[in-house]
Write a protein that binds this ligand. Structure first.
Ligand SMILES: C[S@@+](CC[C@H](N)C(=O)[O-])C[C@H]1O[C@@H](n2cnc3c(N)ncnc32)[C@H](O)[C@@H]1O
Length: 342
C-alpha cells in the first residue's frame, strides 16, 4: 500500500473520520498513536488537516505582513515538524518560507504511519527538497513547527519537549483556540520567556501574560482565521462540517511565534493585540485589548469614531491596533496593519 493514498471527497472514508473525531473528543488521542492506516491520514489531511492549514495561512500571512521570517542559516534551514500527523503544518510553513531557503524538512511523530505519510506528501509537494523522518523526538532544528499536539503529549515527556522548544532558533506553534488549550499555551509562553526566548507573536510586548493575572481566568488568548472564500457553499465542506459538528465560519486558534535571538521589528509603544472577536452593537464596538500594561475591555463609540468602528468590523486580522483612550473608552486609534494588505 502507498504510504500516501490518493483520497478525494468521493473516496473519503467518513467512518475513519468519525472514529478520529471521537478520539479527539474523549481524550483517547492522548493515550498513544491512533492512526490505523494511511487512509486515516489521507482522510484527515483532506478535512481536519486542511482546516488546520487555514489557521496556519492566517499566522503565516501575519508574519509576512510584519516582514518576519525565520533567521536564515548559511547551509539552509533545517525545519522539523514535531507531531506532524499528515504533515500539513510543515508543508504550509515550507511553502511560506520558500523551499529554496530550506536544506531539509524533518518529520517526527510517535506514529510511524504518520511519519511515512507526511514524508511522502512533502516529497511530492516539494520535489527538490530533502525530506526525511527525524531520528527521534529530540532532533535539533533551526525552525520547529508544532501544530495541534499540546493536549496529546504525556506529562512525562513535557520536560524534554520544553528543552526542544528552547533549543530551536525559531519556533512556530499553532494550537486550537479553545479555552483549555489556549490557556495552557499562555503558560508555555511564560516558560519560553523564562528560557530566554524573544516573542514575535501574538504578543506586542515581552512582559508576562496579562491573561494569567488573577481575575482573568475566564478569558483565553485566541484569534480567528478567515476561512477560504466560498467554503460555506461547497457541498463537501458543508457535509464535513455537519458530520464533524464544526462551524465552518469559525476558525479559532491560539499561537506563539518565538525566536532565540530577537530579529523582529519591535512594535510601536502602546501597540495592542485584540483577543477573540470584537463585538459590534449599534452605538459602540467592544473588544478585549492586550498590551504591555495588561488586558482591558475597550469600547469604541460609533458616533465619534465611525471609521474605526467600521474598520474593526471589516478587519479579518491580524487585529493589531494602537489606541488613545480615556478610561476604557477609545478616543482615537489606528490599525497597525492596513486593511486589505495581503
Ligand atoms: C491532532 S494531530 C495534529 C497533526 C498535525 N500536527 C496537524 O496539525 O494536523 C496530533 C499529532 O500528534 C502526534 N502525537 C501525539 N502525541 C505525541 C508524542 N508524544 N510524540 C510525538 N507525536 C505525538 C499524533 O500521533 C498526531 O499525529
Amino acid at each position: 500500500m502507498k504510504a500516501a493514498p490518493d483520497v478525494t471527497w468521493d473516496s473519503l472514508d467518513w467512518r475513519a473520520l468519525d472514529r478520529l473525531r471521537a478520539g479527539f473528543l474523549d481524550g483517547q488521542a492522548a493515550q498513544g498513536p491512533y492512526w490505523k492506516s494511511p487512509h486515516d491520514l489521507a482522510a484527515y489531511d483532506l478535512t481536519y488537516g486542511e482546516r488546520i492549514g487555514w489557521k496556519w495561512d492566517a499566522v503565516l500571512r501575519e508574519l509576512r505582513l510584519r516582514s518576519w521570517a525565520p533567521a536564515p542559516a548559511s547551509a539552509g534551514l533545517v525545519v522539523l515538524d514535531w507531531g506532524c500527523g499528515s504533515g500539513i503544518a510543515g508543508r504550509r510553513v515550507i511553502a511560506a518560507i520558500g523551499p529554496e531557503k530550506v536544506s531539509r524538512l524533518l518529520l517526527w511523530d510517535h506514529s510511524p504511519l504518520a511519519v511515512a505519510y507526511a514524508v511522502e506528501r512533502a516529497r511530492s509537494a516539494f520535489p527538490g527538497l530533502t525530506v526525511d523522518a527525524a531520528s527521534g523526538p529530540s532532533t535539533a532544528s533551526d525552525v520547529l513547527v508544532v501544530s495541534h499536539v499540546l493536549n496529546e503529549i504525556p506529562p512525562a515527556q513535557l520536560s524534554d519537549f520544553r528543552s526542544l522548544l528552547t533549543a530551536t532558533r525559531s519556533l512556530l506553534w499553532v494550537e486550537p483556540g479553545t479555552h483549555e488549550v489556549s490557556r495552557s499555551l499562555q503558560q508555555w509562553r511564560e516558560h519560553l520567556l523564562a528560557d530566554g526566548a524573544h516573542l514575535v507573536a501574538p504578543c506586542t510586548h515581552q512582559g508576562s501574560c496579562g491573561l494569567l493575572r488573577a481575575g482573568e481566568e475566564r478569558h483565553w488568548c485566541h484569534h480567528f482565521a478567515p476561512p477560504p472564500v466560498g467554503v460555506h457553499a461547497d457541498r463537501h465542506w458543508v457535509r464535513f462540517a455537519q458530520r464533524a459538528g464544526i462551524d465552518l465560519r469559525s476558525l479559532p486558534y491560539a499561537f506563539v511565534i518565538a525566536e532565540r535571538t530577537a530579529s523582529s521589528a519591535p512594535f510601536p509603544a502602546g501597540a495592542a493585540r485584540l483577543i477573540g472577536r470584537p463585538e459590534h452593537f449599534k452605538p459602540y464596538a467592544r473588544t478585549l485589548s492586550c498590551d504591555a500594561a495588561g488586558v482591558t475591555e475597550v469600547t469604541l463609540p460609533r458616533r465619534t469614531l465611525p471609521d474605526l468602528y467600521k474598520h474593526l468590523e471589516r478587519n479579518r486580522g491580524p487585529l493589531l491596533y494602537r489606541w488613545e483612550r480615556q478610561d476604557n473608552t477609545v478616543t482615537a486609534g489606528e490599525s497597525l496593519i492596513p486593511l486589505g494588505s495581503s
